[in-house]
Ligand binder design. Structure first.
Ligand code: HEM
Length: 414
């Protein structure tokens, strides 16, 4: 007999909107198993949580990604045919391409570009009455991303590109005009980068080896063929789009520096603490709620019969807050990382498992560099005051963000 708990209601699609980040935790918690069955959009879906649930989710022999992502997500957030939808050897080959961009030198360079842009923006902000950090950091990161990826960006297009890159991220779960705008943003962005890929290939544009735009333009797939120019554009966007999304962690980091002021001095001076603070930001604050995969073949796990092609969702937010893994998970405490063993399935804000044999985010270390450069700069060189505002965020709204966006005034270099 199957003991796995189930939702009794017919369909829980609306509950996802109602429960937000707690959709899976509300269902899986208080059960001894890490699997729970529900129905979403008419499909029988298995919800997975806990370390063992994450291990299963990232087991390539039992789960795959083709068909796991809805068209609306591919037409906005990710692009069609990109790495997120690949499996097996072609996936590993493509993943190596992304990982080749993440050398220590290249990550160091990213840290430096980020710092340089913070200095530039400090000058600009010192002339402004009020600065909305969330809005401004998206432009800062768009400039950083393009510079790092070898993409020329002229002053006139910065606003438009920043807007398009963030709309692709924010519009995938929306309905109506916001979603339509998100699709347009993707089309415009793909056309923009495709044009550059063609120029790099025919020598009209110079690009440095090791930069994303060059490597995507020159890449050959498992069969030894170069990528279709549109595909190369989709993958280049898979580098610059998420770099702009770091604005969310960055804004939450600014909030943490206000709410836990005792962290400030150590963030500004102590490299090890800066790293732990950054890890805690990525664990503590909500970003990605869950991820999906499909079952490869029928099998039973923890007494639950998984069926071939069944949709499975892994509890990303819940695992980052699982009391079985984290002591007092709802307390912000960077020092918990002093004794952390670097597990592959516990801190999973950007996916779990290995980089090469699964879908874990290849940009995780790039994200950490950008955040460390930003938090160091903010605590060491950015003078600012914070007017009264509402930093709170709702776990029911995905993606989550502090209400005020983080407002600063009297910004100056210190
Ligand atoms: C995959 C989150 C930054 C490139 C992922 C996944 C997550 C994620 C949750 C999926 C994991 C999975 O499917 O198992 C984030 C977050 C970021 C971030 C929250 C920071 C705000 C970056 C950056 C880059 C990047 C900076 C590139 C420089 C990618 C790519 C994939 C991916 C290419 C697909 C990997 C694959 O399918 O094998 N990311 N990411 N991400 N991320 Fe990130």
């Amino acid at each position: 007999a199957v003991k796995v708990p189930k939702d009794n209601t017919i369909d829980n699609t609306l509950a996802i909107f109602k429960d937000g980040y707690n959709f899976i935790p509300n269902r899986v918690q208080n059960h001894h198993l890490d699997v729970y069955e529900t129905r979403v959009l008419g499909e029988k879906v298995a919800l997975l949580s806990g370390i063992e649930g994450a291990e299963l989710f990232y087991d390539r022999n039992r789960m795959n990604r083709s068909g796991a992502l809805p068209t609306r997500v591919l037409k906005t957030l990710f692009g069609e045919g990109g790495i997120q939808t690949m499996d097996g050897d072609p996936h590993t080959h493509r993943k190596l391409l992304f990982m080749s961009l993440m050398t220590p030198e290249s990550l160091q360079h990213l840290y430096e570009i980020t710092t340089k842009n913070w200095a530039q923006f400090t000058k600009k902000w010192s002339k402004m009455k009020k600065v909305n950090l969330y809005d401004e950091s998206r432009e800062l990161l768009c400039r950083t991303a393009c510079d790092w990826a070898g993409i020329p960006l002229n002053e006139k297009e910065v606003n438009k590109r920043t807007r398009d890159l963030s709309n692709m991220i924010d519009g995938f779960s929306a309905i109506g005009p916001k979603h339509i705008e998100s699709r347009r943003a993707r089309k415009r962005s793909e056309a923009w980068i495709e044009d550059l890929i063609i120029k790099v290939r025919n020598g009209e544009m110079e690009a440095e080896k090791g930069k994303a735009v060059y490597e995507m333009a020159m890449h050959r797939n498992v069969e030894g063929e170069s990528l279709d120019a549109r595909m190369a554009a989709v993958e280049t966007l898979n580098v610059i789009r998420p770099l702009v999304a770091i604005s969310k962690f960055l804004t939450f980091g600014a909030v943490a520096l206000e709410e836990y002021p005792e962290t400030r001095t150590r963030v500004s001076l102590d490299d090890e603490y800066l790293f732990m603070f950054t890890q805690e930001i990525r664990r503590f604050y909500p970003f990605v709620p869950f991820l999906g995969a499909r079952v490869d073949h029928d099998f039973t796990w923890q007494e639950y019969p998984f069926k071939k092609n069944q949709l499975v969702l892994i509890d990303v937010y819940g695992i980052n807050h699982d009391p079985r893994i984290w002591e007092k998970p709802d307390e912000f405490n960077p020092e918990r990382f002093l004794n952390w063993d670097g597990g592959l399935f516990d801190l999973i804000p950007q996916g779990g498992g290995g980089y090469y044999n699964g879908h874990r985010c290849p940009g995780e270390w790039a994200t950490i560099e950008v955040l460390q450069a930003s938090f160091r700069y903010m605590t060491k060189h950015l003078g600012y005051e914070v007017p009264k505002q509402d930093y709170s965020y709702s776990l029911k709204k995905m993606p989550a963000l502090p209400k005020s966006g983080f407002i600063m005034k009297n910004v100056h270099y210190k």
